[in-house]
Ligand binder design. Structure first.
Ligand code: AMP
Ligand code: MG
Length: 351
């Protein structure tokens, strides 16, 4: 009898999430959990904690507050992208049985960015991976190690090149199913950045389950300081000093289960149908577009250093911080001078 236990990097968040599920069963669509206003220097600072897109979200606005608008927007995006919510764009595509489906501008935009990253990462990022992700139980939290035959069968449905996006119409092969879990939070960060600015918030930091989007300039006059979590726990790996950008991290430590003493995480290698056997404990990508940063961090985790080097040689404006299985940091040249080492790691190798 195999033993399955669910584990996650942060047990507190799991407990918290189950509490939220109970709360939201009572009060549908209540997502603002806490909201605090304080003063920092000249600027009033508004801090809030929300729950949306299956994750805890922290928002800090300076000068004025737009928590309510961000909360509404995140709920709206979730209702488009969710794989489980009936009548979301993705749910309708996944139930389409080969028929063409009309989707929102936002879903079309995400699917187009996903296509670009799919093509540019040697298909490591493939949002049509859902039949395999579902087989492992990552959607429903009912985890199990599938049989090789089941994985092979599910893999036959995985091929994003067969999903046709023409304007707002998507046509996918019978049985194909999409999952935007590897790109949606980064995209949402970028949309919220623009929404915050449109609502008069010139400086803010939004963290969607660890995917960080900074907005404008830090009101203290310096850069924003983002601490990189150590996948093994304990001290942060390092701080990154940045202006407005997205800082997105992927790693097997973020979501996994154990069966018979072996760990299985949620980032699936489309070449095998198994959790990626990565060279890295975590991959952080810094870019202007949160959707691109999010999709790339997932792809680089799968494709390893060779894919990172290939990608960087033909694209600009993308920075990486790779934490290897040997506990070493490898970083792209232009970000190296923006790192602060006062934690577990003392130096980084540059590529
Ligand atoms: P992230 O945490 O951004 O690396 O995304 C991981 C999530 O993306 C998983 O929980 C799945 O929902 C989805 N996913 C898993 N493997 C892939 C893949 N190869 N390509 C695209 N999305 C994936
Ligand atoms: Mg991602």
């Amino acid at each position: 009898m195999s033993k399955i236990s669910f584990l996650k990097g942060d047990g507190r968040i799991m407990k918290f999430k189950s509490q939220i599920k109970k709360i939201s069963a009572l009060f549908l669509a209540v997502t603002v959990l806490t909201s605090i206003a304080s003063c920092e220097g000249e600027q009033k600072k508004y801090e809030s904690e929300l729950y949306a897109m299956n994750t805890v979200i922290n928002l800090t606005c300076y000068g004025s507050d737009a928590t309510a608008q961000v909360s509404t927007e995140l709920n709206r995006l979730e209702s488009l992208f969710s794989v489980t919510r009936e009548n979301s764009d993705i749910w309708r595509i996944n139930s389409s049985q080969g028929c063409s489906i009309e989707i929102s501008d936002e879903t079309a935009e995400v699917l187009n960015i996903a296509e670009e990253i799919y093509n540019d990462t040697d298909t490591a990022f493939d949002p049509s991976i859902y039949p395999v992700v579902r087989l492992w139980g990552f959607t429903t939290d009912s985890f199990s190690v599938p049989s090789k035959a089941d994985i092979q069968n599910a893999l036959k449905l995985v091929d994003y090149s067969k999903v046709k996006i023409e304007g707002n119409t998507v046509t996918s092969p019978q049985g194909a199913m999409l999952d935007l879990g590897g790109i949606a939070k980064g995209y949402a960060g970028r949309i919220c950045r623009d929404l915050l600015k449109a609502n008069g918030v010139d400086a803010a930091v939004l963290s969607l389950g660890g995917n960080v989007q900074t907005v404008g300039k830090n009101p203290n006059g310096g850069k924003w300081k983002i601490a990189l979590r150590n996948p093994d726990g304990g001290q942060y790996l390092c701080n990154i000093l940045v202006d407005e950008c997205a800082v997105v991290t992927s790693g097997g430590y973020e979501r996994y289960f154990e069966s018979d003493g072996k760990r299985y995480h949620h980032i699936i290698d489309p070449a095998t149908g198994y959790p990626a056997d990565s060279e890295f404990k975590s991959v952080t990508v810094i870019a202007q577009d949160g959707a691109v940063a999010d999709a790339l961090s997932t792809a680089f985790y799968i494709g390893g250093l060779q894919l990172v080097k290939e990608y960087l040689s033909s694209h600009s404006g993308i920075e990486v911080i790779l934490y290897t299985n040997d506990n070493e940091l490898i970083v792209s040249k232009d970000i190296s001078s923006s790192l602060e080492f006062n934690g577990a790691i003392k130096e980084a190798q540059t590529i």
